[in-house]
Ligand binder design. Structure first.
Ligand SMILES: [Fe+2]
Ligand SMILES: [Fe+2]
Length: 236
């Protein structure tokens, strides 16, 4: 059975991620390489654990998280489709068929306009991915250029991002998902710290409103509300 550890050591996968990192830097995009891959994998595992999914689902969500952006070196516009295809080319016959299909679907779905959810892994990936807003993602070194690009500006102003399941369940306990019920407040909250001396909070919404809508949809699929806290102020 292939685990996250195996995927992280796969030379072909690492090369796709490496090529993506270089391609995105060349285009002056924020980091989509190993840093982002590791963070998204870690967050996906954490969310899966805290909503009570079983350990294997957590592993699959983390694998999808690690590989989700690796198609960017082929095309930015369709990177989600290509990422899913590349994944299957590397791991065809190595995963149980349903697991392979679920990971492919999650990768393919993570950046689509017509995004919708059919399983937990795909919803978790969206929350893990869209929550990674941080100064360390800015690859541009020239401060004048950072200040003139809104994506760089907002990311540079972000001094921390955290996504957390409020009132988490016991690690890898009872399975949760669509339609499951729980008495406590069920909320998955994104907490951001934004340096408003560098950019006003409104600029965050200017570029990330769509992402927040995706996150809300993903949380809802998992049976949770989506919460948003910026600079200690709860907006959702
Ligand atoms: Fe992506
Ligand atoms: Fe991503």
């Amino acid at each position: 059975m292939i685990n996250l550890k195996d995927v992280k050591q796969n030379q072909q996968i690492l090369e796709f991620i490496n090529q993506t990192e270089e391609a995105m830097e060349a285009l002056s995009y924020t980091n989509h390489g190993l840093r982002h891959s590791n963070i998204v994998a870690e967050r996906a595992m954490q969310i899966a654990r805290n909503i009570g999914l079983d350990a294997r689902e957590g592993e699959l969500a983390a694998i999808a998280g690690f590989c989700h952006d690796m198609g960017n070196f082929l095309t930015r516009t369709y990177h989600h489709f290509f990422g899913a295809t590349l994944f299957s080319q590397v791991f065809l016959d190595k995963f149980e068929p349903r697991e392979l299909a679920m990971i492919m679907q999650a990768i393919s779905n993570h950046d689509k306009e017509e995004m919708d959810f059919t399983h937990n892994i795909s919803a978790i990936l969206v929350l893990a991915d869209k929550s990674d807003v941080d100064r360390s993602r800015v690859t541009e070194k020239d401060m004048a250029k950072i200040k003139t690009d809104i994506h760089d500006r907002v990311n540079y102003a972000a001094r921390g991002s955290m996504i957390k399941v409020e009132n988490p369940l016991a690690p890898f306990g009872s399975a949760q998902g669509k339609g499951s019920g729980q008495a406590k407040k069920k909320r998955i909250t994104l907490t951001l710290k934004i340096d408003t001396n560098f950019c006003p909070v409104i600029e965050y919404f200017e570029i990330f409103t769509e992402r927040m809508i995706f996150c809300r949809k993903a949380a809802k699929f998992l049976g949770y509300d989506f919460g948003l806290v910026i600079n200690k102020f709860r907006l959702l």
